[in-house]
Design a protein around this ligand. Structure first.
Ligand code: AHZ
Length: 312
């Protein structure tokens, strides 16, 4: 018989780094003027890796079954998440954002300008968030769109029942048969299929990079109007023959666009609510350009519709 050579490498346990006992400063004031003797608490590289990966993989495990998945963390998706998480701490909400930086188009107010315009009554949403603005009569102006987006984002991320998976794209929708008398091939949406965005972008030149999944009884899609990543879910509904065709976003008309988006925010097929500018592609609604009240209030309405579905 062949001699079996033991090639196993003895695994050294991580050397636990002792907690700092050398009189580290507890406040910034205690550090003042003592920079010559300054040191950080000790660390080992593996502790940093484990601090990140353990939490991420535990979140992946936990959110593989979610109550609600929000696709897209633009102004509408984040407003939806804020309303839902605030009202219902019992719901587990996963947000999937393709980009590294959540916020979508709401880091600037329009073109490369900083101020953000919101028509009344969307000032009510800003009041709830605690974002200051100047009142110009029929509309209000936040001094920088980034103040709105960063405040909203920080509040959403502070809720213990929300997990944001950024740099992650929704590649497909999970479906289950839900035939009706008028449509025997109807489906309901039962979750999302995800992948690292960098992987999603390389399906043409790399193989064997299968996706991951999240099951959820309700998906809220707010992926913006058509573009390299936009209008994702509604385009997929057309290709899987659950929507006959898209209406296609119409030209800019601030007067009609915002009312239409808020009013039409709804469950488009069973298990899938669509909000924000993605909806303009379904209904053929106009765009509004750089005025964000409809994104916030479409989020409020999407949350309201979601709770109706969840509590049904
Ligand atoms: O990265 C996208 C963005 O952050 C993300 N997204 C798109 N497809 C995705 C996918 N998986 C995961 N397959 C995806 N994430 O969705 C976010 C959409 O944000 P947005 O700011 O583009 O859309 P919104 O509807 O929240 O806000 C629209 C803002 C606009 S556009 C407009 C006009 O063109 O006239 N006017 C306003 C106010």
């Amino acid at each position: 018989p062949l001699a079996v050579r033991d090639i196993s490498v003895p695994v050294k346990k991580d050397v636990a780094v002792q907690p700092a006992t050398n009189g580290h400063a507890k406040t910034l004031a205690e550090m003042e003027d003592k920079w010559e003797s300054f040191t950080f608490s000790p660390i080992r590289e593996s502790q940093v890796s484990r601090a990140m990966t353990r939490r991420y993989f535990s979140d992946l495990d936990n959110y593989a079954e979610s109550d609600i998945v929000i696709v897209g963390a633009g102004s509408c998706g984040l407003s939806t998440a804020y309303e839902l998480a605030k009202k219902r701490p019992d719901l587990k909400i996963a947000i999937i954002e393709a980009s590294v930086s959540p916020g979508g188009g709401a880091w600037l107010g329009g073109q490369l300008f900083s101020a953000m315009v919101m028509r009344k009554p969307a000032d009510a949403f800003l009041n709830n968030l605690g974002v200051p603005y100047e009142d110009e009569g029929d509309f209000v102006v936040v001094k920088h769109a980034a103040l709105f987006t960063s405040t909203l984002l920080s509040k959403v991320l502070s809720f213990p029942n929300v997990k944001l998976f950024n740099a992650t794209a929704v590649e497909d929708l999970i479906t289950r048969p839900a035939p009706t008398a008028s449509n025997p091939t109807a489906v309901r949406i039962a979750g999302v299929v995800t992948n690292w965005t960098l992987v999603t972008m390389h399906h043409d030149d790399q193989s064997c990079m299968d996706p991951n999944t999240i099951n959820a009884p309700l998906v809220i899609s707010t992926t913006g109007h058509d573009g390299p990543f936009g209008a994702f879910s509604v385009k997929r509904l057309v290709s899987m023959q659950q929507l006959e065709k898209l209406g296609g976003m119409r030209g800019l008309d601030m007067r009609t666009a915002e009312d239409a988006i808020v009013k039409r925010t709804r469950e488009v097929v069973k298990g899938l609510i669509v909000g924000g500018m993605e909806l303009s592609e379904v209904d053929g609604a106009n765009r509004m350009g750089p005025t964000f009240g409809a994104m916030a209030l479409s989020g409020v309405k999407a949350a309201e519709e979601a709770l109706k579905v969840i509590d049904e």
